[in-house]
Write a protein that binds this ligand. Structure first.
Ligand code: BJW
Length: 235
């Protein structure tokens, strides 16, 4: 008898990093308060005022160095290491907290704060400090051509083919700490097969919560480790 190995896809959003001290986007004191979305998170905003956008991301890069992964990030690493089948973590977060916790099979679908992309040669490079007007691309040496390696509104998220393929075949799908406002991630729950068990884990019901078979609400540092323990006891 062959026993099939269960496939698991997990989507995370800003809520998983909230208790590490990174503000979520749509909370009352969210990041967007000081800036309009269209000014800092669209290609048009960058074209209009690149220095404002670079300053915004320089500031966020600095904030990141003052944060640490929390127990929810660590629990997902434990789950990945012990999971008997295929495992994919898709994060919308541009922070590096999953990376620092030790997640391996992971995609940053909205890009990464600690990377820049050269608009001249398209090379993506790691970048931990401020981007300044005279900053040069490490690959082609062009000055003033670096942009944040972030997927802004109207741009295509990264690695979508791999993500859709994994969603179509997975047995379990969980969305953690995401409000369900931003597509295509908000529609992932609709992309899985009808036998797939879908779980929402969020502080409160998201706007797409009715699409999930199971919903768990509460802070991620409590709900995620508890869910991981249950998933591993099912093996
Ligand atoms: C806790 C917690 C705790 C708090 N514990 N939980 C009209 C209809 C439908 C779609 C569109 C439309 N018009 C345009 C679109 C498309 C557009 C879109 O979705 N717009 C909507 C606003 C309507 N999307 C795009 O443009 C995307 N591209 C695209 O669609 O390309 C076409 C394409 C698709 C598929 C294949 C090929 C091509 C690009 C989207 C890019 C999103 N970028 C951002 C900004 C990045 C810049 C930056 O970071 O500086 O990414 S937007 C922002 O939202 C960020 C996030 O990743 C994303 C999602 O937010 P998230 O993570 O859900 O955060 P919050 O704050 O919303 O929610 C946090 C949740 O946590 C809350 O529910 C809290 O309750 C909870 N929480 N504390 C557990 N302790």
């Amino acid at each position: 008898m062959t026993v099939s190995k269960p496939g698991l896809v997990i989507l995370t959003g800003a809520g998983i990093s909230a208790e590490s001290g990174i503000r979520t986007f749509r909370s009352s004191n969210g990041l967007w308060e000081e800036h309009r979305i269209e000014d800092v998170a669209t290609p048009m905003g960058f074209k209009r005022d690149p220095h404002l956008v670079q300053r915004f991301y320089n500031e966020r890069r600095k904030q990141l160095s003052q944060t640490l992964p929390n127990t929810a990030h660590h629990a997902l690493v434990e789950l990945e290491r012990a999971w008997p089948g295929s495992f994919l973590l898709v994060t919308q977060n541009v922070d590096d907290l999953h990376d620092r916790a030790g997640s391996q099979s992971m995609l940053h679908m909205h890009g990464e704060l600690l990377k820049v992309r050269c608009v001249s040669c398209d090379t993506v490079s790691r970048w931990e400090t401020d981007v300044l007007p005279d900053s040069q691309c490490p690959a082609c040496k062009a000055a003033d051509k670096l942009r944040p390696h972030i997927v802004w509104f109207g741009e295509t998220p990264l690695d979508m083919e791999i993500i859709y393929r994994s969603l179509e075949t997975c047995d379990y799908f969980a969305a953690i700490g995401t409000s369900g406002h931003v597509y295509p991630a908000a529609g992932f729950v609709q992309c899985v097969g009808s036998d797939c068990h879908t779980t929402e884990i969020n502080l409160e019901p998201s706007v797409v919560n009715s699409a999930f078979k199971e919903c768990r609400h509460g802070p991620a540092t409590e709900t995620v480790p508890a869910w991981v323990r249950e998933m591993l006891s099912r093996r």
